[in-house]
Write a protein that binds this ligand. Sequence first.
Ligand code: FAD
Length: 489
Amino acid sequence: MSEEKVYDVLVLGGGPGGYTAAFRAADLGLAVCLVENEPVLGGTCLHVGCIPSKTLLHAAAAIEEACQASEYGIDFPRPQIDLGRLLAKKNAVIQQLAAGLDGLCKARKITRLNGYGCFTSRSSLVVTGAEGKQEEVQFRNAIIATGSRPFVLPDIPADPRIWDSTAALHLKSVPERLLIIGGGIIGLEMAQIYSALGAKITIVEMLDQIIPPADKDLVQPLFLKLKKHYSIFTKTKVTKILLAADCIEAQFAGTNVPEGGQFDAVLIAVGRRPNTAGMGLVEIGLQLNERGFLQVDERQVTNIPHFYGVGDVVGEPMLAHKASHEGKLAAEIIAGYKAELSSSSAQTKLMHLRYELAINPGAIPSVAYTNPEIAWVGLTEKEAKAKNIEFDKGKFLWGASGRALSVGAQMGVTKALFDKANGRILGAGICGMNAGELIHEAVLALAMGATARDIGRTVHAHPTLAETFAFAAEIVDGSITDALPPKQR
Ligand code: FAD
């Protein structure tokens, strides 16, 4: 047992939400103890999420690009894939980033405990290490950042051929026929990786479109492209999975169901559940909502005032940048940042916007790293309609963009929505090459409350894909010259 030291902040969970909170709190002069069950920091994002998936997606993109180069008169032989070397690259990227986090943590003199944490009171937590050794930590404030785990469908048998996203990222082999249950971002990213490596992909999605939260017209170019390579069934459910020695048989229900139903592996990608069980949360009186997420207010405060929650454990959207943003916010509030909010400096205005961001998950960008990428921020068209907000829409098809045509990305689309009441941007969406990078201009426009004229009058370099955002704004502003103005269409 440690001496009677009482930490200013105890952070439970060392993913992007937890380590960001711990680092920021330490930088603000607080004594911090960071507890993580795994021997390494980084959480889902670094070890079995964002980073490994993006590394493998880069390899998939290289394979696809090599095949498409023939359009430009360049012919490569069929790529030879060495799974061992691909995995080694993925692991090297993870190790490098994990080592970086270790260094950042040490340099800040944060006390780091490796083990499973369980609250025993509102001021103490017991950490159980790998060999059962227990240590008690006393604290004044706690930040819970325990993340999430894959949702397990009921009645699906356990079998090494039935995967969740973590198993899929281990890439032990490439099945000939892969069934993916769930047409959301994770399912589609995995489809892209395994398709490039040679698997025949079937995707079933219960709702009426892939990537259900995004607008259908934004997703359409991706859907049309993927349909040429995969079998995709929307409004379809898997009703039964049967294990045979040489295959997995799946049964479906829906308007249009896959024929055959035999696969070599099945990936279940139907969402994630918060990690809240077995760590004393309910026992010390913390409130979970009906879906099991830790309940917090817009400042990440739980029903117990000195307990905060950040990241996946507090709910959607389950994204690393949301987790880290919330982690910083919680640390700053514990450090007394409230005072800065009441001053009237420009810095305060930005802080105020950040607080609004924390309250409004709709202002956090979402990206599907598919090919083409899909990215959106703020209100989607369907959300604006559901909220009865009147808007003007600018939609620019990339077929009229010189850069898009040059790089073979003419199937893309950029759209932006502006509030009819005050002219300010409400949301934007991009489908196309590098959409995940391009969306950040819209994120900034949203944070600064830009109008269509502000965006249209901002000089964009030519020829770039970024121009398409300005063109979408110019359509609403009425000043477009790279397409016909709306009145003449
Ligand atoms: P986590 O990263 O899950 O970290 C929680 C940590 O808490 C874990 O390390 C866990 O070991 C630890 N822990 C839990 N309970 C305890 C306990 N009692 N004691 C001690 N330690 C504990 N997001 C993006 O923004 N972009 C992407 O491209 C992206 N791609 C993804 C791809 C996949 C395949 C997956 C699965 C997720 C992806 N995500 C992506 C989501 C992203 O990984 C999560 O939103 C993010 O990791 C959440 O961070 P967190 O800190 O809340 O939780």
